[in-house]
Design a protein around this ligand. Structure first.
Ligand code: GAF
Length: 396
């Protein structure tokens, strides 16, 4: 059976109760932001390319209340910890600034407070999330964007949405030391019910495309593996792409055609690995645009085939998949009712996303449970809304 995602109201209620229990008062404001699943367009965002994600019904909630002290007190009900975790730090003044320190999760929050455009205020808060952590479903951006949204609610300061995404990304670069692209922050803000979102990461054009009604759904399968090299290899991929673009005197791979890349390759100016990395990015951009058109035209067979091609390119050319994820995609590929399947997110573990006819979901789940030797989790997901502020009087 697929895990049922608890409703937003249930999650909010749980977070409100935890806040009252911890601080003995009622919370006033909640900032909410979703995780995401990327349907196609992987490792293209930091190459100024195209991505096509959708926001998930799973969200991170940060709720709380402004205080009169220059202090931030935060309790997180992290699903992986056996007991709630707390952090407390002073707000910076004219002579100090927030410092990166342990625990690491708090650095994402400190980074957002540091870059928040509005007035810095002290607060008490509780965080609760049902976005699976470290599973390639963008739990980090959900944390950053929910924090930023919470601060907007507390201070009545509204930042322009694209700027907000960029500031959250900067928080991740500078405080969590992760050189991520911008897809996750943008979709956490711009996600819309019933739609997947085409993002042009060069000019930040955002187009919500309605997913046509059909007998199919998107099924996420969490491999529950996360290989250690994920973060170091991400930086290496990014650097390789930048080097190839530089060799062709271009700002990014977005401006390079396959013919130009092949010419560079035949002059021996790049090695085979760099060639394959760049080929993935260039072809993935093409696939993403084709997939968007296919979805608009309700051509699910074409969309699914592009998902498979994307996976093969990520696995063979970009080399960011792993044995477990390749196995899950292969199982899906061999199963009836499946249109397409691929890894999603940064890679080296995490999740697959599969486009499948509703009536075949149970049999695929059963097959994975029988054949995959580790524990897998399953989520049937539909596209959901982006970040929002909730005023909590009715939950008090
Ligand atoms: C991670 C990054 F955070 C994104 O910016 C993106 O590059 C993705 O990996 C790969 O497409 O989620």
């Amino acid at each position: 059976m697929a895990s049922s995602v608890c409703t937003l109201n249930e999650l909010l209620k749980k977070t409100v109760d935890a806040f009252k229990n911890e601080y003995g008062i009622d919370p006033e404001i909640a900032g909410i932001a979703p995780g995401r699943v990327n349907l196609i367009g992987e490792h293209t965002d930091y190459n100024e390319g195209f991505v096509f994600p959708m926001a998930l019904p799973m969200v991170t909630i940060i709720l709380g209340k402004k205080t009169d002290f220059n202090k931030c007190r935060i309790l997180t009900l992290n699903e992986r910890a056996d007991k709630p975790l707390k952090v407390e730090f002073a707000l910076p003044d004219a002579d100090t600034s927030l410092q990166v320190s342990k625990p690491n999760w708090a650095n994402y929050i400190k980074g957002v407070i540091h870059y928040f455009e509005g007035q810095k205020v002290g607060f008490d808060a509780v965080i609760l999330s049902n976005v699976p952590l470290g599973a390639g479903l963008s739990s980090s951006a959900a944390l950053e964007v929910s924090m930023y949204t919470f601060l907007e609610g507390l201070t009545d300061h509204k930042t322009d949405s694209k700027k907000k995404a960029l500031l959250c990304q900067k928080a991740e670069h500078m405080f969590a030391m992760v050189p991520c692209g911008l897809m996750d922050q943008l979709i956490a803000i711009y996600g819309e019910e019933s739609c997947a979102t085409l993002i042009d990461c060069r000019c930040l054009d955002i187009t919500n495309i309605k997913i046509p009604e059909s007998d199919c759904i998107f099924l996420i399968i969490n491999s529950n593996v996360r290989h250690e090299l994920a973060s170091s290899e991400y930086s290496v991929r990014r650097q390789t792409c930048e080097e190839v673009a530089k060799k062709l005197k271009k700002k990014s791979l977005r401006n390079i055609t396959l013919a130009e890349l092949n010419k560079l390759n035949s002059s021996d100016a790049i090695n085979d690995k760099a060639y394959r990395r760049a080929r993935h990015v260039i072809t993935e951009n093409e696939r993403t645009l084709q997939a968007t058109k296919a979805l608009k035209n309700n051509s699910l067979v074409e969309f699914g085939n592009l998902m498979y091609e994307s996976h093969d390119s990520l696995s063979q050319d970009y080399e960011v998949s792993c044995e477990e994820i390749d196995f899950l995609v292969k199982l899906a590929r061999e199963s009836p009712g499946v249109y397409g399947s691929r890894m999603t997110g940064g890679g080296f573990g995490g999740c697959t996303v599969t486009l499948i006819e509703k009536s075949f979901v149970d049999s695929l789940i059963k097959k994975v449970q029988d054949c995959y030797t580790k524990r897998a989790d399953f989520y049937i997901v539909s596209p959901s809304s982006g970040a929002r502020v909730v005023y909590l009087n009715k939950y008090a």
